[in-house]
Design a binder for this molecule. Structure first.
Ligand code: CA
Ligand code: CA
Length: 598
């Protein structure tokens, strides 16, 4: 099931180009580009790098696009994203530029991201999160790691990308489990594998733009130890995986500060290494976040998902409900995302933990977690940052146990095997705690026989954009989910899918759209419209949804035929009876769920 966003979140307007006119002047405190300052953006203030913008474009920006922008520089972040540095230029000037530059799909400030760990002087320095059978026995609050290890202790063929502050790859409890790029020669100054990065033998440091992802902060090394500190080597700790390959992608600097642009570039690095270079990256660990949504980051995560990578991320440490106050990237609705919160030894939600019955997926241990720190040492830390790598590590264990398992199968198995915990009921979508043993068992067993769960039907052809050719939805009770695509028909970006439903008088219909993947050149934000039997407008959601999902509810005033129109955002004014009418909108695939109340 797609990760569902709250309704409030759906309605939040993303920072797309069309909104730029409403921007207020920038109030960046730092004078020069590079420092972090406060910027007024879409009516809110955000912490972002001064003079730096993340743009999504339909093609690489040319000199003509930047004409008049004296001193503007662009750096590709990959996958249609670029960092645009324009020192001293105000937000309204940037917005006006974006608005008149056709190649620009979206623009947003380079928002600052922060790690989600809480320094903690732990009184328990044992690995209670892995098992309760040791001296830290206080109840069944662990992830059942030893039971999982009966099946597998991990594999060096499985790669996990830790996008964080780097990794101390010399740590005696990590060194053997650090990924090395097999096609890169260290220190020869040549990009041997031609991936655009010179001498990237262990990963990359996006914070300092060099090949050395050494951790000068500590957060990334701690996260890495939980995923895969070397097991059974008689020293220190053991990770969820005894052996694994950890790719260090550093974007948080020595003070733990990072920017969206570098996070996007790091996600894209992992995606390309899997998709284009055959590196078996099965998961990204993202123990950081922001209250600000990034379209570019969301799309980079979606690309990673399409490449077969799960994006495991921390729910946040504000003790707040993510259903109401969003935390990103945890709230980015995507089948690739697993959002993780933290529990303590008493199997309760940690005091700092964010939660959310629709936006947070499950919990894992995250209080007083002992792991590796730079310099060869160990320390305990707390935070949803510390819970997240238990889930990432379990993804890697599952991939080791069943190398043919897909990301979707792994995600589904982790969520369906989460162990119900009373304190998590109504707090996370699964109501449960990570169970590594059950998850590994589930992924190594044949798929269960299909249940009565609603099936997803793929539309065989473009449903067309005339009422006459609408795709019939035969169900009149319960739910039905269909999958389709905007942009595959002869009308291209003016493609509209129409669905025909039959409703009884007084019957309520709820429509929920979740996008599954995105076209390479644009984001898909669906627009939904509901028509009467003659094509007259009844209701619509014409806004671009805050998440790549949309919802519309309708109660039929009388029984009969109604039509539902799905189009890409930007194409809201089409005539449902006239093919090719309307305007060019975004394209991509989606799932649409019709729920018929009695
Ligand atoms: Ca290279
Ligand atoms: Ca090299």
């Amino acid at each position: 099931m797609p990760h569902r966003a709250s309704r409030a979140q759906r309605r939040r307007t993303p920072p797309l180009r069309t909104d730029c006119e409403r921007l207020e002047p920038r109030r960046c405190l730092a004078a020069a580009a590079g420092g972090t300052g406060r910027i007024a953006w879409n009516g809110e203030h955000v912490n972002a790098r001064c003079g730096a913008w993340v743009v999504r474009t339909e093609r690489p920006l040319a000199a003509a696009d930047l004409a008049g922008g004296l001193g503007w520089r662009t750096t590709s972040l990959g996958e249609g994203c670029a960092l645009l540095v324009a020192p001293g230029v105000s937000a309204d000037v940037m917005a006006a530029w974006a608005g008149r530059t056709p190649a620009v799909v979206s623009i947003e400030p380079d928002v600052a991201l922060a790690p989600l760990a809480i320094p903690n002087d732990a009184s328990f320095d044992t690995l209670w999160g892995l098992t309760t059978s040791g001296p830290s026995r206080v109840g069944d609050s662990d992830i059942n790691a030893p039971e999982a290890w009966d099946i597998t202790t991990g594999s060096r063929n499985v790669v996990v990308a830790v996008i964080d502050s780097g990794i101390d790859y010399t740590h005696p409890d990590l060194a053997a489990n650090v990924w090395t790029n097999p096609r890169e020669v260290a220190g020869d100054g040549i990009d041997n594998d031609a991936n655009g990065f010179i001498d990237d033998v262990r990963g990359w440091d996006f914070a300092n733009a060099d090949a050395d992802p050494m951790d000068d902060d500590g957060h990334g090394t701690h996260v890495s130890g939980t995923i895969g500190a070397v097991g059974n080597n008689a020293i220190g700790v053991t990770g969820v995986n005894w052996q694994i390959s950890i790719m260090g992608l550093k974007f948080l600097d020595a003070k733990g500060n990072g920017y969206t642009s570098n996070a996007v570039a790091a996600v894209t690095y992992a995606t390309r290494m899997r998709r284009d270079f055959g590196v078996n990256v099965v998961a990204i660990n993202a123990s950081w976040g922001s209250e600000k949504r990034s379209v570019a980051l969301r799309d980079a995560i979606a690309s990673a998902g399409r490449a077969g990578i799960l994006f495991v991320t921390a729910a946040g440490n504000e003790s707040s409900n993510n259903d109401r106050v969003a935390s990103y990237p945890a709230n980015d609705a995507s089948d690739a995302v697993i959002a993780v919160t933290a529990t303590n030894r008493s199997n309760r939600l940690a005091a700092f933990s964010n939660y959310g019955s629709t936006t947070v997926d499950l919990a894992a241990p995250g209080v007083a977690i002992l792991s590796t720190v730079p310099g060869g040492g160990y320390a305990a830390s707390s935070g949803t940052s510390m819970a997240t790598p238990y889930v990432t590590g379990t993804v890697a264990l599952m991939a080791a146990a069943n190398p043919r398992a897909t990301a979707a199968e792994i995600r589904a198995a982790i969520l369906s095997t989460a162990r119900p915990v009373a304190a998590l009921a109504g707090k996370v979508a699964t109501g449960g705690l990570l169970d590594a043993a059950a998850a590994v068992r589930a992924i190594t067993q044949p798929a269960p026989t299909p249940t009565t769960e609603r099936a997803v039907t793929t539309l065989r052809r473009d449903a067309g954009d005339t009422l006459r050719r609408a795709q019939p939805v035969t169900a009149t009770t319960g739910s039905v989910t269909l999958a389709s695509r905007i942009g595959d028909g002869p009308r291209g970006r003016r493609d509209v899918d129409l669905f025909r439903v039959n409703l009884a008088a007084g019957q309520r219909l709820t429509i929920d759209v979740a996008t599954q993947s995105l076209a390479s050149t644009s984001t898909l934000e669906c627009s939904l419209r509901l028509f009467d039997s003659k094509g007259g407008d009844l209701t619509a959601t014409n806004d671009a949804f805050g998440a790549p999902a949309g919802m519309l509810s309708f109660t039929a005033p009388k029984g009969g035929v109604y039509y539902v129109g799905v189009s890409g955002s930007g194409n809201t004014g089409y005539k449902p009876s006239r093919a090719g009418s309307g305007r060019n909108g975004s394209t991509g695939t989606y799932q649409i769920e019709f729920t018929f109340d009695p």
